[in-house]
Design a binder for this molecule. Structure first.
Ligand code: ADP
Length: 494
């Protein structure tokens, strides 16, 4: 509950709070448990080593030593005890008491007097325990922590104790406890350092996830409210989070590109619709006023209305094609055709237009047919788009050349060369993109080349454009010829 309040107080929420609650809490519990176990093991080790050193004392030797004194006077027993203590080699490590036959401690290795009521449960235990040794760890009558071991020294042959005489070994545990305290402190310090490392490294790790995620969420909110220029700000890196941020930025780039395209589309199309509509409306109103009084004017007006409505329906067709193309529904009605025959037809129409517009038109093509399996109307649509551009972007006095060449490798190359305004190197890679127009001064929806390229691709061909600004443009159309026979065989089989 307190932990929860702490999280709320410091406004830690989301992934950070979950991490703090789960990972950090679990780490703290694990580190505390490990420290506790280490603490217990260390204490056990220290206490055990003291206990082992007590147990390693040769108790038989003691019993043998005292066997000659047991039947003597109290004084002789005490003298023997004093000698025993003098000869005891480990006096510096522990204290030794000799307890007489009546159970009273009479000599100590430290030389200090013994209290009247010493606490020695080990002494009592020694006479009842199975191995004949009494052990005890606890506080003595002076409040000092000790580990003690008592060994009775008078035993009959059948193993019964014949008097209460015993030797008591006592080791002070105070030093060991002090050392243990220092060790506990170091263990606690190590645990604290581990927890801090976990906390800081985890905090850094969590921040490296949470910060970009927060940034992502902010950006997505901005985009949702219509700001397509928003981008995710992130530090460089190559982990999954960074690649997610970079991918989202690429996606936003794409979205803003599409948004731009939508705006371009609306403005281009509105412009393209408005021009012919204004002409139709204007001429309609004029004709309404003059009636049939001026037949020449009437003729001219009706021609404009028919031409402009033709332009509008062409535009609508172009848009429909474009929409079909977007949906992948641009269907081809392929049959065996002679591409050059289709090209001839188009050239015929545009040659007339070039004469009207004062543009020189040159057409060269081989005599032999160029058979292909394709959709004649769609192929014509490609020629129309390219030729319309060539004439549209070439001023009076310019020249348009159409040159068809059958390649030996089974391809037909058609070059459409104009001496028009040309395309800048920056615009050139984009002209085949949908709705891309280099200038709004020319009529056009900006989708002609996009649709033409799609049609050519569906015929396994390609369109290459090269241009020099101010000098002219060359559109190279490559269409495959050699697939006719195979395609016909395939359809016959079907
Ligand atoms: P549009 O209907 O606007 O002509 P297109 O997709 O056919 O659309 O062409 C895209 C753009 O490419 C044109 O707006 C024009 O800027 C440029 N372009 C295409 N053909 C030529 C050309 N022959 N000369 C100069 N610019 C051209």
């Amino acid at each position: 509950m307190k932990f929860k309040k702490l999280i709320e107080k410091y406004k830690i929420n989301g992934i950070r709070a979950t991490w703090l609650k789960n990972f950090v809490l679990v780490s703290v519990i694990i580190v505390s448990l490990v420290s506790l176990v280490v603490g217990i093991l260390v204490r056990w080790y220290y206490y055990n080593s003291v206990s082992v050193s007590l147990q390693s004392l040769d108790t038989n030797l003691v019993q043998n030593y005292f066997s000659s004194y047991l039947s003597t006077t109290e004084e002789q027993f005490e003298n023997g005890a004093k000698r025993f203590i003098e000869e005891f080699s480990e006096k510096d490590k522990m204290e030794v008491w000799v307890i007489n036959k009546d159970g009273v401690p009479i000599v100590t290795s430290s030389g200090f007097g013994i209290s009247d009521h010493p606490i020695m449960p080990d002494y009592t235990d020694a006479f009842s325990s199975s191995d004949g040794i009494g052990r005890w760890t606890g506080k003595n009558e002076y409040g000092e922590k000790v580990m003690a071991m008592t060994v009775p020294i008078e035993k009959s042959d059948d193993g019964e104790y014949t008097s209460e005489a015993a030797i008591r070994y006592i080791v002070s545990m105070e030093d060991i406890d002090r050392q243990l305290l220092v060790l506990y402190f170091y263990i606690f310090l190590a645990a604290l350092v581990i927890i801090l490392i976990v906390l800081f490294s985890g905090r850094y790790f969590i921040s490296s996830i949470v910060n970009p995620v927060e940034e992502l969420s902010k950006t997505v909110n901005k985009v949702a409210s219509g700001d397509y220029t928003a981008r995710v700000k992130y530090d460089e890196g190559n982990d999954e989070i960074h690649s997610l941020c970079s991918n989202i930025n690429s996606m936003l780039e794409e979205i803003s590109g599409m948004d731009r395209m939508k705006n371009d589309f609306i403005s281009t199309i509105s412009h393209e619709i408005r021009t012919p509509l204004t002409a139709v409306k204007g001429w309609g109103e004029t004709l309404l006023q003059i009636g049939d009084k001026d037949p020449v004017m009437l003729q001219k007006g009706l021609e404009v209305i028919i031409n402009e409505s033709g332009r509008l329906s062409e535009l609508v067709e172009e848009l429909l094609d474009f929409s079909r193309m977007q949906n992948g529904a641009l269907k081809m009605k392929k049959e065996k055709i002679d591409i050059l025959a289709e090209l001839d037809e188009n050239v015929f129409v545009f040659r007339d237009r070039s004469v009207r517009e004062g543009i020189d038109f040159v057409y060269t093509a081989p005599e032999e047919p160029a058979p292909m399996f394709g959709d004649p109307n769609r192929i014509k649509q490609v020629f129309t788009n390219i030729l319309d551009n060539a004439l549209k972007y070439t001023d009076q006095g310019g020249k348009v050349t159409v040159n068809a060449v059958i390649q030996t490798d089974g391809f037909l190359n058609v070059y459409f060369i104009d001496t028009g305004c040309g395309i800048s190197p920056e615009d050139l890679p984009k002209v085949k993109e949908k709705f891309y127009k280099t200038s709004i001064n020319y009529r056009g929806s900006g989708i002609g080349l996009a649709v033409a390229e799609e049609i050519v691709k569906l015929h396994d061909g390609e369109i290459e454009i090269s241009s020099v600004l101010g000098e002219g443009t060359t559109v190279k159309l490559v269409l495959p010829l050699e697939k006719v026979q195979q395609a016909l065989n395939a359809t016959e089989k079907e």
